[in-house]
Design a protein around this ligand. Structure first.
Ligand SMILES: Cc1c2[nH]c(c1CCC(=O)O)Cc1[nH]c(c(CCC(=O)O)c1C)Cc1[nH]c(c(CCC(=O)O)c1C)Cc1[nH]c(c(C)c1CCC(=O)O)C2
Length: 385
């Protein structure tokens, strides 16, 4: 039987993502459960990063931390995990190196590497390999007690391929550029394989948080009430900006589209409702038009976009935007935070439709938690009627 969860109290982000008119913009920030929070370090203790991801108890505790600290200001939780759990599920080793970031001891170097064929041929069960994520989602949904919806996520195929061949973060992208320019067909095969795994992984995340009951006041006339979800999902293409407009169309966009086309179908097969979908292609400012033509409901923006201009493009195509202040603003003065919030509020339709307030990328370490609070409060203040 499906687990039972408390009724949802705040569905603002879901209504906004579906394009409805709202009373104020919903807010959350990427990496909101992270190193800038003292309670994060406390709960993490001496546990390794991936150990925290694999422990539903720790992952759910970390997920809830910003929700508790910024109660009333944060309208969504995002499950504490990492995009690199997919390469791990595919059999690659990934470790998190302190102060360095993710590291693959044996990255995929070329199509001649025996790992290449193994990765393509392996029948990966994301059901079995990533059960700990689904357990963390179910536990988090229980601990949230209906406070806010929970966002599930995965990495985009292009970004995951980059990590798998670079072996970690990169400045020059030598390996992945070699792959796409020397071995384009082999690259595409792997991108497709990753995209298929992403669909199944996202679908199973939705299943793990599925909810059957909800309070009467949220019913819509004529709606099928048997399987109502309180979730959404986001696909992170953090390295999209390494591609050119034309190579993005070949090595990233088709796989992002594949996920957005297939996920609703897969959810229907699994007798689940569809959930709102967000795509965040960092650095791909040139692709806004193309992304607005996909089936994603929400397009995440980094700070390379001027809010008013992006909003015009997105609204013309009925899309919702998410973002987009430079996370670096949180190191600045209160006046500069207010100025950037004003620009967003004015640019994004005063937050009454089509805007989910966020930062333009994940919040960075050393930000003072109260400065993030001020950012949220300013969004709240400036969108109040
Ligand atoms: C590229 C990427 C990764 N992971 C992720 C992305 C896409 C988003 C983005 O572009 O930032 C996604 C991610 N990673 C994490 C979350 C958790 C949910 C959230 O609060 O947003 C999410 C959504 C936790 C994390 N993921 C990581 C941390 C820090 C771990 C620690 O040192 O305690 C957290 C809280 C580690 C991580 N994981 C990854 C990197 C590059 C790093 C190192 C980052 C750094 O050193 O600044 C891979």
């Amino acid at each position: 039987m499906a687990p039972q969860f408390a009724p949802m109290q705040n569905d603002l982000i879901l209504r906004t993502a579906r394009g409805e008119k709202v009373e104020r913009p919903p807010m959350w920030v990427m990496r909101q459960a992270g190193r800038y929070l003292p309670e994060y370090h406390e709960a993490k203790g001496s546990h390794d990063f991936f150990e925290c991801c694999r422990s539903p108890e720790i992952a759910s505790t970390l997920t809830l931390q910003p929700i508790l600290r910024y109660s009333g200001l944060v309208d969504a939780a995002i499950i504490f995990s990492d995009i690199l759990v997919i390469p791990q599920a595919m059999g690659m080793e990934v470790v998190m190196k302190d102060k360095v970031g993710p590291h693959f001891p044996s990255p995929l170097r070329s199509p001649e590497d025996p790992q290449y064929q193994q990765l393509l041929d392996k029948n990966v069960s994301v059901q079995d390999e990533l059960q700990y994520v689904y357990d963390a989602i179910t536990m988090t949904r229980q601990k949230l007690e209906g406070r806010v919806p929970l966002i599930g996520f995965c990495g985009a195929p292009w970004t995951l391929l980059s990590y798998m061949v670079e072996g970690g973060g990169s400045k020059m992208f030598v390996q992945v550029k070699t792959w796409i320019y020397k071995y384009p067909e082999q690259s595409k095969k792997l991108l497709q394989k990753i995209a298929e795994l992403c669909v199944e992984y996202l679908a199973l995340q939705v299943v793990a948080g599925a909810q059957v009951h909800r309070p009467k006041k949220f019913f819509n006339i004529g709606e099928d009430l048997t399987h109502t979800r309180w979730q959404m999902i986001q696909v992170f293409d953090s390295w999209a900006g390494e591609l050119s407009p034309s190579t993005f169309k070949v090595f990233s966009l088709p796989y992002l589209e594949y996920i957005a086309d297939k996920l609703p179908k897969r959810l229907t097969e699994l007798k689940q409702d569809v959930v709102p979908m967000t795509v965040f292609a960092k650095g791909a400012w040139y692709a806004l038009d193309d992304l607005c033509d996909t089936k994603y409901n929400v397009i995440g923006l980094d700070w390379l976009h001027a809010p008013a201009e992006a909003y015009k493009t997105a609204r013309a195509k009925g899309k919702v935007l998410q973002g987009n202040a430079d996370p670096g603003i949180l190191y600045g003065s209160k006046e500069s935070i207010t100025a950037v919030v004003k620009e967003m509020v004015e640019g994004f339709g005063r937050g009454k439709q089509g805007w989910i307030a966020n930062l333009g990328h994940g919040i960075t370490p050393f930000v003072k938690p109260d400065d993030l609070k001020f950012y949220f409060e300013e969004i709240h203040r400036l969108t109040r009627d």
